[in-house]
Design a protein. Structure first.
Length: 185
């Protein structure tokens, strides 16, 4: 490479890259219309190809505040901090009043709704297990079947279907205990 500038094309835009620097100005320096120095604190986190990231963060927090924040944070945590700033800035742009708190609240409501649905499904499973255990215990106890007709007891297909569902009384007690524990919460 010579001392002259090299031109390269990226996404339909021409960028002039200094041969000595080897890097185009970062999105922050482009937006702020200043020269991007080799030690620019923004360059590693706001590449020139993603100007919208810095634009939203700059609009919400300001370039000076972002610069101070990044200089105070250890280098290994700066990437995570920038990701958080970008998320929070985008949330604030979408919802100027609540920002990311609105998104968090919405997700918490969704979690609560799903927990309620899960509890109902678990209760239904316990109910079906208890009904199945009761039906199997009742069937093995010599009483009539769930349908109530004595003729269904003599049917070989009905008898064969229920052999694998036989449960002793301790199994029914365990299900009742499980159900009482579930509803205790």
């Amino acid at each position: 490479m010579g001392s002259k500038a090299i031109k390269k094309k990226r996404r339909g835009m021409k960028e002039v890259v200094a041969a000595g620097a080897g890097v185009s100005p970062c999105a922050a320096c482009k937006l702020l219309r200043r020269r991007c120095s080799p030690g620019c604190v923004f360059a590693p986190y706001f590449p020139s190809g993603e100007p919208h990231r810095f634009a939203s963060v700059h609009k919400v927090f300001g370039a000076s505040n972002i610069s101070k924040l990044l200089q105070e944070i250890p280098a290994e945590h700066r990437g995570d901090a920038v990701s958080s700033l970008v998320y929070e800035a985008n949330a604030r742009v979408r919802d100027p009043i609540y920002g990311c708190v609105g998104a968090i609240t919405s997700l918490q409501r969704q979690v609560e709704s799903l927990q309620t649905q899960l509890a109902l499904a678990q209760a239904e499973i316990v109910r079906l297990r208890m009904a199945n255990a009761y039906g199997a215990a009742h069937h093995n106890g010599g009483g009539s079947t769930a349908s109530g007709s004595p003729s269904s007891m003599s049917s070989p297909t009905k008898t064969a279907d229920h052999h694998d569902m036989a449960v002793d009384q301790s199994g029914v007690m365990e299900l009742e205990l499980e159900c009482s524990r579930f509803w205790a919460y």
